[in-house]
Design a binder for this molecule. Structure first.
Ligand code: LMR
Length: 327
């Protein structure tokens, strides 16, 4: 009897092992639009490595950089269809899903430390749930950095931007920001920016040092104004269906790996903002212009009315909470 029981137990454990071995790992496709040598590119690769190291038998991460799988405008739709599991669009690209994330107002945050304080505050943490009703879950924030203005001519005052065409992300706030200086904003996917600049179909664009460097915008834009006028920050998102479909242990493991990858990505963001700026200066391809206090004050004054314009959409409380993080 005892022997029979042992035999059964052994057979059972073989069966269990083979079921585990046969169960296909969960695949997480992580789609993004930037190059690999950027904060988001590095973060995604780190996440993939951490998962492979710790949970390789259960979960596999595949990273698709450079809009290889989906571009800006399609990735969230694809996520809801189950064709991609993780993405980290810029906060400026969620307009179709929520108005609360439009905190890309000009001159809202004075530096990245203020952005970090805001995202860690109750208001910032709550924003991670702002996509719930659309079937999306916010898993965390990732920084890129402060945006600069690049153009085919030197931009020192708002009047210099008048009538110029600027590529913007799909954000009404950014459209209003350029309209406030009488420029012409054009919503275009990130993957098209280089060609639009190179062919002079547009005159300028706004982006961070790491995006301007990694996508070579500085090679086709003779001037970059160090305006630090806005923030490029990302929300890492997944679909509720995918997220809740994982068992709790797996979900916690994935979230833990992601949290660590985000800390790593934020460190890269801080480094790249300095290094890539310097590489651009050293290249001699683009002249980096700094603004005097008086010139900067003119940009602030011209763009500040955009806050009031979007107060109804974003919420006065949220704008106040964001602005308060500058203290
Ligand atoms: C852009 O479209 O300019 C950026 O959002 C790209 C990115 O993801 O950094």
């Amino acid at each position: 009897m005892k022997k029979a029981l042992i035999a059964l137990a052994v057979a059972g454990s073989f069966a269990m092992t083979s079921v585990t071995a046969l169960a296909a790992p969960i695949t997480i496709k992580f789609s993004h639009v930037v190059a690999e040598n950027t904060p988001k590119g590095q973060m995604a690769n780190k996440f993939k490595d951490l998962i492979a190291e710790r949970m390789g038998d259960k979960v596999v991460v595949e990273v698709f950089p450079n809009s290889q799988l989906f571009g800006d405008n399609k990735v969230l739709e694809a996520m809801l269809l189950g064709d991609v599991q993780i993405a980290a669009p810029s906060l400026s690209k969620f307009k179709k899903y929520t108005k609360a994330l439009q905190v890309d107002l000009p001159f809202l945050f004075k530096d990245m430390a203020a952005v970090e304080r805001f995202q860690k505050s109750d208001a910032g943490v709550k924003l991670l749930t702002s996509l719930e009703s659309k079937g999306l879950v916010g898993l965390g924030y990732l920084h890129n950095g402060l945006k600069q203005l690049s153009a085919s001519k030197p931009l020192r005052t708002p009047a210099d931007a008048s009538k110029l065409k600027f590529r913007i992300m799909s954000s009404d706030v950014l459209a209003a920001q350029f309209e406030a200086v009488e420029a012409v904003p054009l919503k275009k996917p990130f993957s098209e920016v280089f060609t639009l600049l190179q062919t002079r179909a547009i005159d300028g664009q706004e982006n961070t040092w790491s995006n301007i460097f990694s996508k070579k915008f500085f090679e086709v834009q003779p001037y970059i104004t160090e305006s630090n006028h806005g923030v490029l920050d990302y929300m890492v998102v997944t679909s509720a269906e995918f997220w809740n479909g994982m068992d709790a242990d797996t979900r916690n493991g994935v979230q833990q790996a992601l949290n660590e990858a985000l800390v790593f990505g934020n460190e890269i963001a801080a480094q790249k903002a300095v290094e890539d700026r310097q590489k651009i200066i050293d290249s001699g391809r683009s002249e980096v212009l700094s603004l005097s206090d008086a010139e900067r004050a003119q940009w602030v004054e011209a763009m500040k009315p955009v806050w009031k314009q979007f107060e109804g959409d974003i919420g006065a409380d949220l704008i106040e909470a964001a602005a308060a993080s500058n203290m």
